[in-house]
Design a protein around this ligand. Structure first.
Ligand code: TRP
Length: 515
């Protein structure tokens, strides 16, 4: 039976799957923008530091938590201490929430890739295309197809589904990105101030600590954290599928390096591309989020003209599809693993039931984005989900993960277990020292500063309270869920009560028949 025993077939497979989770939309539509905005090289430097001090440390901690329990995230935290199970539950809820909007955006990217092949309008007249695209039924069709592809891969299991898909998609992703970059580098440009070189200068040509500031440092830490898929079960879940001899330290560093590489490379396609096709500085400076991919980049491809533009556009969006798909797979896997292990469901059943629910909620997100400006407390559903999870819940989970390793399991046991697993790694003392001190402190700083920043009236003002509220509600759900479904005391109490009432009924019927 595929269950507790399933593992990745090879170390490379594990690394590619974990890198697949990490490399996602964040690398493409946030990282390059942050570099451009916060002083170029200065930001990159701080980002690299925070990948090392924060990202890689949390990643090893999460992989280790899963690796030792060889089980889903709830059981993994439960093995450390049964009161930590609710954290694990939060780690099931968060990916679930994120997957709803991730699938919608993945659907848009798939739609665009196909449109570049079959629809001449996109290349001729990109202005306003996005708005009409997301409010057409086609967007929903592609959303469903994208989700379906994800579910199919997850149903395939760890080796035959996730590992196989990652082994194909990750190299393909690199190749596509490189080809797009090479093509962009060869663009002739549009005269003074609109050349590839200007783009490179804007992106990496500065090293400006004044522009970085404290804000930039916080942004770097937050980004490293999001980009590496930390604070939500994924690395715990993937870690639980590793074989005996997997070196967690080395694997985590490799995943961090690959993720950072793609983030850096994405900027080399985006900025030179926008400069050389004559985008306005205004557009370039705001090149982040869905607007970057589906508006600004679409204009870049249009400027290349039909033919070349169609091909490069198709390749670029296929790259985005692979990035999003491998991430969504990991999100769905967290939820599936929990249900299939907990309720003894088959992998297919667990995946399809949750896939169905994700589909339903995603449908609202999808319709909400395009058809009706649905908003929730002044945010679009997509932004709302994004903020509740990224800014509030993920740092809490990662923070608790560090403390779990350092103070609940304790260093002595960690080293012993690592040795028993054949997974001891160089620098594990340094890792442990960071896990117990610097990293959790940094996490709390990012968290608190994020809260303080967003409470400023000029930022989100009153509506931001709803974000905090939403996060609080999810935490309460996890807590109550833990109490009712996971807590053995409650389960025994319920069982006793049931037995007692059955006994009472029996007694009663006996009395009746005696009469
Ligand atoms: N790392 C992904 C990105 O860069 C986003 C993300 C955050 C994610 N947490 C995740 C993806 C968990 C999958 C699972 O876009």
């Amino acid at each position: 039976m595929e269950k507790a025993k399933s593992t990745f077939g090879s170390k490379l497979g594990f690394i590619l799957a974990a890198a697949g989770s990490a490399i996602g939309l964040g690398n493409i539509w946030r990282f390059p923008y942050l570099v451009g905005r916060y002083g170029g090289g200065a930001f990159v430097l701080v980002y690299l530091l925070s990948v090392l001090l924060l990202g890689s440390v949390v990643m090893v901690a999460e992989m280790y938590i899963g690796r030792r329990a060889k089980s889903n995230i709830v059981e993994s935290y439960g093995k450390a201490n049964k009161w930590l199970k609710w954290l694990g539950l939060l780690g099931v809820i968060v990916p679930f929430v994120i997957s709803t909007y991730y699938a919608v955006i993945g659907g848009w990217a798939s739609g665009y890739a196909v449109e570049y092949i079959i629809n001449p309008v996109l290349i001729k007249n990109p202005e306003g295309f996005f708005g009409s695209f997301i409010s057409s039924p086609i967007a929903i069709v592609f959303f469903i197809l994208f989700l379906f592809a994800t579910l199919l891969i997850v149903c395939g299991g760890i080796q035959k589904g996730i590992e196989k898909a990652s082994k194909f998609m990750m190299p393909a992703l690199f190749l596509l990105l490189l080809v797009v970059i090479v093509y962009v580098m060869c663009l002739p440009g549009k005269g003074e101030g609109h050349t590839v070189v200007d783009g490179l200068k804007f992106y990496m040509g500065q090293f400006d600590f004044a522009k970085l500031g404290w804000d930039g440092v916080l942004a770097a830490m937050g980004q490293s954290f999001y980009s590496l898929s930390l604070g939500m079960g994924v690395m715990v879940s993937y870690g639980s599928y590793t074989g005996k001899d997997t070196n967690l330290g080395k694997s985590a560093l490799t995943v961090c390096a690959l993720d950072t590489l793609v983030a850096l490379l994405a900027g080399f396609a985006i900025f030179p591309g926008m400069f050389a096709t004559g985008a306005s500085l205004e557009t370039i400076k705001n090149a982040a989020g869905p607007g970057l991919l589906f508006d600004a980049m679409a204009k870049v491809f249009s400027n290349m003209g039909s033919g070349a533009g169609n091909i490069v556009g198709f390749m670029f969006f296929t790259f985005v599809i692979f990035a999003a798909l491998t991430s969504l797979i990991s999100l769905v896997e967290v939820v599936s693993q929990y249900t299939l292990e907990k309720y003894n469901w088959s992998r297919t059943k667990a995946t399809c039931v949750f896939g169905g629910i994700i589909g339903l909620i995603g449908l609202f997100v999808c319709i909400g984005m395009g058809w009706r400006e649905y908003s929730i407390f002044g945010f679009s559903l997509l932004d709302y989900f994004d903020m509740v999870t990224n800014q509030i819940l993920m740092p809490i989970i990662a923070f608790a993960g560090c403390l779990t390793v350092g103070y609940v399991i304790k260093p002595k046991n960690v080293y012993k277990e690592l040795a028993e697993m054949g997974s001891s790694f160089k620098g594990q003392k340094l890792w442990m020292a960071l896990t117990m001190s610097v990293t959790p402190v940094l996490l709390m700083v990012v968290w608190v500063m994020g809260l303080v920043d967003n409470f400023k009236p000029e930022a989100f003002g009153a509506s931001y309270g709803w974000v905090v509220g939403g996060a609080a509600v999810l935490m309460v759900i996890a807590f109550v869920w833990n109490l009712l479904l996971e807590n053995t005391k409650f389960q025994t109490w319920k069982q006793n009560k049931k037995l007692a009432s059955e006994a009472a009924v029996e007694e009663y019927t006996e009395e009746e028949s005696n009469n």
